[in-house]
Design a protein around this ligand. Structure first.
Ligand code: G3I
Length: 300
């Protein structure tokens, strides 16, 4: 196959990208989007600050634009993200305790209900684990509402949209390390107690290499009975093309790895300003990294 999406589809996988609503008037951007990708994540438009800027007042214009563009061009959509300690609207940042818990759960229910039946997978909770060696939760006003906030969010999301796969998503989880093991233990616990979780997202914001145990780490999660998804892939550095190939081959080698999403289209679209971590140049040309990914998808 000659495009990323078609090549991934040969093995039943998808290949996606983050999309910014504000770029949907850019012809170069839209041409690459429509040609190469068959899954879309809204880069910012479905987040809490975007969808509920005032408590109880929901605005879906940006998210709907991204979703409608994708669906009308035959693509599926990953929802990102129902609860995250960043990009909370100001009113929520100022809340705590049971009042915040109520607002959090209402947010999950409202947004998942608005998009009911239209989302392939939701990042229900994003980045809730701490960096470093503790293997524990990150401190946040969300966490301080009680350690059960994550499972409560997953249950609320399932009730609102039973068809969507429900994912936990995080970064610096690319190898077998204390953070990924903390998440692994949570997923194992959720599966044993019947808390609804279907997938784990590995953001994969990388520099130069994929860890040597990248595939083994994906596989240990798959062995818990969840789908694994590479959700925000971008790789900077001179070994970029090789590293993209390695990540793609790791996904292809894990049956439960459902697909890969890169976090933007052209280098100039990336949040990693000046690092050129994506598959297309600023002018929209395919890079060596693109060919590495395409070859790895076609080899699978
Ligand atoms: O839209 C406003 C604009 O009105 C304002 O003038 C401008 C001034 O700062 O800000 C604009 O909003 C920015 C927004 O991107 C849209 O461009 C925010 O400041 C900026 O913080 C925001 O950054 C996003 C970041 O998440 C927020 O934490 C990035 O685009 C987005 O790529 C990034 O994505 C995250 C994932 O959601 C979760 N994983 C990590 C990943 C990278 O940080």
């Amino acid at each position: 196959a000659t495009t990323l999406g078609a090549a991934a589809a040969q093995s039943g996988r998808y290949f996606g990208t983050a999309v910014a609503a504000g770029k949907l008037n850019d012809q170069t951007y839209v041409n690459i989007l429509n040609t190469e990708f068959n899954m879309v994540t809204a880069e910012n438009e479905m987040k809490w600050d975007a969808t509920e800027p005032n408590r109880g007042q929901f605005t879906y214009s940006g998210g709907d634009r991204v979703l409608n563009q994708a669906v009308s061009n035959g693509k599926r959509v990953r929802g990102h993200a129902l609860l995250w300690h960043q990009q909370e609207p100001g009113w929520a940042q100022r809340m705590e305790g049971s009042d915040l818990r109520q607002a959090m759960m209402n947010h999950v229910t409202q947004v998942a209900t608005h998009y009911k039946g239209k989302i392939y997978a939701w990042d229900v909770v994003n980045e809730a684990f701490a960096d470093g060696g503790s293997g524990g939760r990150r401190d946040s006003n969300l966490q301080r509402t009680g350690n059960d906030w994550i499972e409560a969010a997953f249950r609320a999301a399932r009730a609102a949209d039973p068809a969507a796969k429900l994912c936990y998503n995080d970064y610096n989880t690319d190898s077998i390390n204390p953070k990924s093991t903390g998440i692994y233990n949570m997923v194992r616990d959720f599966k044993s107690r019947g808390v609804p979780i279907d997938c784990v997202g590995f953001q994969a914001h990388l520099t130069n290499t994929a860890p040597s145990d990248y595939q083994a780490n994906l596989q240990r999660f798959a062995n818990l009975g969840v789908e694994v998804q590479i959700t925000e892939l971008d790789i900077s550095g001179s070994n970029q093309a090789n590293a993209y190939g390695a990540v793609t081959r790791a996904c292809m080698a894990v049956r439960a790895c459902a697909g890969i999403t890169v976090w933007g289209i052209r280098d100039t679209d990336s949040w990693r300003t000046g690092q050129n971590p994506l598959l297309f140049t600023g002018s929209g040309a395919k890079k060596a990294a693109y060919n590495s990914v395409l070859d790895a998808l076609n080899a699978g």
